[in-house]
Design a protein around this ligand. Sequence first.
Ligand SMILES: Nc1ncnc2c1ncn2[C@@H]1O[C@H](COP(=O)(O)OP(=O)(O)OP(=O)(O)O)[C@@H](O)[C@H]1O
Ligand SMILES: *[C@@H]1O[C@H](CO)[C@@H](O)[C@H](O)[C@H]1NC(C)=O
Ligand SMILES: *[C@@H]1O[C@H](CO)[C@@H](O)[C@H](O)[C@H]1NC(C)=O
Ligand SMILES: *[C@@H]1O[C@H](CO)[C@@H](O)[C@H](O)[C@H]1NC(C)=O
Ligand SMILES: [Mg+2]
Length: 367
Amino acid sequence: MRFFILTCACFIVPDVHSVKVFSYKELRKATHDFGGANKIGEGGFGSVFRGVLKDGTVVAVKVLSATSRQGIREFLTELTAISDIKHENLVTLIGCCAEGSHRILIYNYLENSSLAQTLLGTRYSNIRFNWRARVKIAVGVARGLAFLHEEIRPPIIHRDIKASNILLDKDLTPKISDFGFARLLPPNATHVSVRVAGTLGYLAPEYAIRGQVTKKSDIYSYGVLLLEIVSGIHNTNTRLPAEDQFLLERTWRLYEKGNLNEIIDVDLGDDLDVEEACCFLKIGLLCTQDGMARRPNMTNVVRMLTGEKIVAVDKIARPAMITDFAEFKASNKEQRSRAETLSHTTKSFTTTEPFSSSETPTQSSSV
Ligand SMILES: Nc1ncnc2c1ncn2[C@@H]1O[C@H](COP(=O)(O)OP(=O)(O)OP(=O)(O)O)[C@@H](O)[C@H]1O
Ligand SMILES: *[C@@H]1O[C@H](CO)[C@@H](O)[C@H](O)[C@H]1NC(C)=O
Ligand SMILES: *[C@@H]1O[C@H](CO)[C@@H](O)[C@H](O)[C@H]1NC(C)=O
Ligand SMILES: *[C@@H]1O[C@H](CO)[C@@H](O)[C@H](O)[C@H]1NC(C)=O
Ligand SMILES: [Mg+2]
């Protein structure tokens, strides 16, 4: 009998999944007609609004700008795949709206915003990131990324790991947002990733220059993020003297001198395990190695962060640094236009690549 009922239910609703479909009207109501006061951010894919649903649930409503060419059916299929991916350190997708040309995603609202706006933000934030909180954030993000890379089939390469995509819930548990996004875009849509000074700093050179996307390019970005978490400094700050503009370069220089502790956030004061912090910085340097093979995989990153695995300091060489791009640009005319295009505003993605063979370099045609 029980068996019968289950079979029956599956038959009637063959596509049981947790993503709810909202009407555009409902979302307009929830966000005060997508009003300015409700807007909480704007990224490369569109704008994000805070909204309150009829039942009182507070949500983040992301209005996509570049996907109108994707069919509703295709959009929903991709969304279903994404909504099935659940992990403590990944943002939960609640639902979507695909009416006419509207393509909207509805997420769980995370009240403590992103790492970019809090830890690295210039505006005042009342959140104090003590050392334990930072450890929790670093490990949580690594676990979320390890899950995307190693535990789901086909794996997901995030492609845009950065501080603004790490959201924080009320007890500062980190949640990676915007994963699986590449799948939602039409095959040759352009993902305009603005604020390039910041974004560029997270990109592995093989990704920035050749559009080569692999798990290892995500790991590079994670490495940069890890340095930011420990130092409290944004990866790029063009207002500083030339030699201090790039966090990765500064960290490497201090590492070479044996003064790694100098880059640790002074705000931490005595509330700190210096040895553990230096260890994290070394992991950041390992993740940003020029040779992709030298970068550890996320499983091992998690193990190193939690002390289950020794950090192989003998493997730390000079990381691949953003300043290398400048040299590259100056020395290689043929590739220059591509690098320049990238450093202006756009970076494009394709969705046609095989997500399964992620160790094999895949091309993302860069305009
Ligand atoms: N679920 C959410 N809860 C709370 N705030 C959110 C949520 N999603 C996004 N935000 C806020 O909206 C801002 C903009 O997000 P969005 O993803 O559009 O841009 P981004 O992360 O800066 O760049 P990108 O387009 O490359 O992801 C984020 O920085 C974050 O502060
Ligand atoms: C998160 O944000 C809420 C609301 O702004 C605030 O009350 C709370 O203290 C914040 N959490 C932490 C850990 O700071
Ligand atoms: C995207 O693909 C379509 C159809 O294949 C093509 O007509 C269009 O020119 C492409 N656009 C870009 C920006 O490559
Ligand atoms: C991660 O790397 C280690 C060491 O190179 C290797 O033994 C392990 O199999 C890798 N794990 C995965 C899931 O690729
Ligand atoms: Mg984002």
